[in-house]
Design a protein around this ligand. Structure first.
Ligand code: IPM
Ligand code: MG
Length: 398
C-alpha cells in the first residue's frame, strides 16, 4: 500500500513539473504588448459577479459610460456585459470559469470584474477554484498593481504583486497523500519573477522614484523566494539609477504600521501570497479594502477589480444598495489610464479623493444611515464635472 501511495504522489508531482515546464517555454516565447491606441473598438467586458457585485459593477459602468460618452458614440469604446460569472453558473459547470464565459472574456480587451464568491471546503458550493485566480492565470495577468495613497500622512505606495505563480498557481493542485499527510506547492520561475520585477523597476525609473523594495521570506523559503531575490539582483543591474533593498515579509508587515518608516517605502514588489496579505494591510491606512482598486495586467489582456469580496453578509441583511462602490470605481479609473484616457482617469481619481476622503457631502456607511451606491455615484459624477475640481483637490491634499 505504501508503495502505491508514493507512486501516486510521484506521478502527481511529475505532472505538475511537466505543466510548469510547458508554461516556462510559453513565457520564453514572449508576446507583444497590445496597443490600445490602434484598437477600435476597445471592448470593455463588465462581469457582474456575486453578492454586492452587480450593484457596484453597474454603478461603476454607469460612471465610466458617462466619462466615455463621446468615445462610445464614436465607436472607439464598447461596453459588453458578461453575466455568466456567478457562483450559481460556475457551480453548475463545476468550473472556476465556464468555457463559454471564458470565450466571452477572451473576446474583450479589458475586463471590469465585480467580486465573485470563492468557495472553501465545507461550504454549500463545490470547492472550485476562485474565479479571480483562474482568470489571472487563463489570461496570463501576471502583474497585480495596487496603489495606496494617503497624501496627508505621506503614504504613497505602489505594490507590484506577482499574480500568476507563487502559492497560488497550484493552490488547487495540492495532494492529500494520506489522511495524515497533505502537500501544497509553491512555484517561482525565472521568467515569472523577471517580468514582475522588471515592471516594478521600470515604474520606479519612469516616475523618478529612487527606491524599490523587494519582499520575500528567502531566509526560510529558500528555493522559490531565493530565486525571486536572485532575479531581483539581476534585474536591478539594468536600473543603476534605482536603489533597491530586500526585506522579509514579517518585518515588512510590522514596519508598515511604523509612521516613521512606512513613508520611505514607495515601490514594493513581491510574490503572490505576500502581496495578497500586505496589500490588504496597506489598504487599511487609506480607509479599508473598500477604497482600494486593483489592476491585473498582462500583455494581451487586463482585468480591473475591487480588492474586497462579495459581502454576502450585507446581502443577507438586505443592505446591498448601501455597498461602497469606491473600490471598483477606483479600479475603473486605473482601467481608464491603462487604455489611454489619462485625463479622465485623473478626474475620476480626484473626485474619489474629494468625495470619499475630504469633502464628504455624502458618506457611505454600509447601512441606511448613509448614502446608497447610486447616490454616491451621482455625487462622484457631479464632482468630475466641477471645473474647479483640480484646485479643490489640491487644496485638500496639501
Ligand atoms: C485578492 C483576493 C483574492 C486573492 C481572493 C478573492 C482569491 O483576496 O484579490 O487579493 O487572494 O488574490
Ligand atoms: Mg486579497
Amino acid at each position: 500500500m505504501s508503495n502505491d501511495v508514493i507512486e501516486r504522489a510521484k506521478q502527481h508531482f511529475a505532472n505538475l513539473v511537466e505543466q510548469q515546464l510547458a508554461r516556462v517555454d510559453k513565457m520564453k516565447q514572449g508576446e507583444d504588448w497590445v496597443d490600445y491606441e490602434k484598437l477600435k473598438p476597445i471592448i470593455i467586458g463588465v462581469c457582474w459577479g456575486d453578492g454586492i457585485g452587480p450593484i457596484i459593477s453597474q454603478e461603476t459602468q454607469r460612471i465610466l459610460s458617462f466619462l466615455l460618452e463621446d468615445e462610445v458614440k464614436s465607436g472607439k469604446v464598447e461596453f459588453r456585459t458578461i453575466e455568466g460569472l456567478t457562483i450559481e453558473n460556475r457551480a453548475k459547470h463545476k468550473k472556476a470559469i465556464p468555457d463559454d464565459v471564458l470565450e466571452e472574456l477572451k473576446a474583450c480587451h479589458v475586463i471590469l470584474k465585480a467580486p465573485t464568491t470563492t468557495p472553501e471546503k465545507g461550504d454549500q458550493w463545490p470547492n472550485i477554484e476562485s474565479a479571480n485566480v483562474a482568470m489571472r492565470r487563463y489570461l496570463d495577468l501576471f502583474a497585480n498593481v495596487r496603489p495606496v495613497k494617503v497624501p496627508k500622512e505621506g503614504i504613497d505606495w505602489m505594490f507590484f504583486r506577482e499574480n500568476t505563480e507563487g502559492a497560488y498557481i497550484l493552490g488547487s493542485s495540492g495532494i492529500q497523500v494520506t489522511g495524515d499527510l497533505a502537500f501544497d506547492f509553491k512555484v517561482i520561475t525565472r521568467q515569472g519573477a523577471e517580468r514582475i520585477l522588471r515592471m516594478a523597476f521600470d515604474y520606479a525609473a519612469k516616475n523618478n522614484i529612487n527606491k524599490v523594495t523587494v519582499v520575500t521570506k528567502a531566509n526560510v523559503v529558500k528555493t522559490t523566494d531565493g530565486l525571486f531575490l536572485e532575479v531581483a539582483g539581476e534585474v536591478a543591474k539594468d536600473y543603476p539609477q534605482v536603489e533597491w533593498e530586500g526585506w522579509y515579509i514579517d518585518i515588512m508587515t510590522a514596519k508598515l504600521v511604523d509612521p516613521k518608516r512606512r513613508t520611505q517605502f514607495r515601490v514594493i514588489v513581491l510574490p503572490n501570497l505576500y502581496g495578497d496579505i500586505l496589500t490588504d494591510e496597506a489598504a487599511e491606512f487609506q480607509g479599508g479594502v473598500g477604497t482600494a482598486g486593483s489592476a491585473n495586467i498582462g500583455k494581451r489582456y487586463a482585468m480591473f477589480e475591487a480588492i474586497h469580496g462579495s459581502a454576502p453578509r450585507m446581502m443577507k441583511e438586505g443592505r446591498g444598495q448601501y455597498a461602497d462602490p469606491s473600490s471598483l470605481i477606483r479600479a475603473g479609473a486605473m482601467m481608464l489610464r491603462h487604455i489611454g484616457f489619462d485625463d479622465k482617469a485623473e478626474k475620476l481619481e480626484m473626485a474619489l479623493d474629494v468625495c470619499g476622503q475630504y469633502e464628504k457631502k455624502l458618506v457611505i456607511t454600509g447601512r441606511d444611515t448613509g448614502a446608497t451606491a447610486e447616490e454616491f455615484g451621482n455625487y462622484l459624477m457631479e464632482t468630475t464635472m466641477d471645473p474647479k475640481l483640480k484646485e479643490k483637490w489640491e487644496g485638500y491634499v496639501k
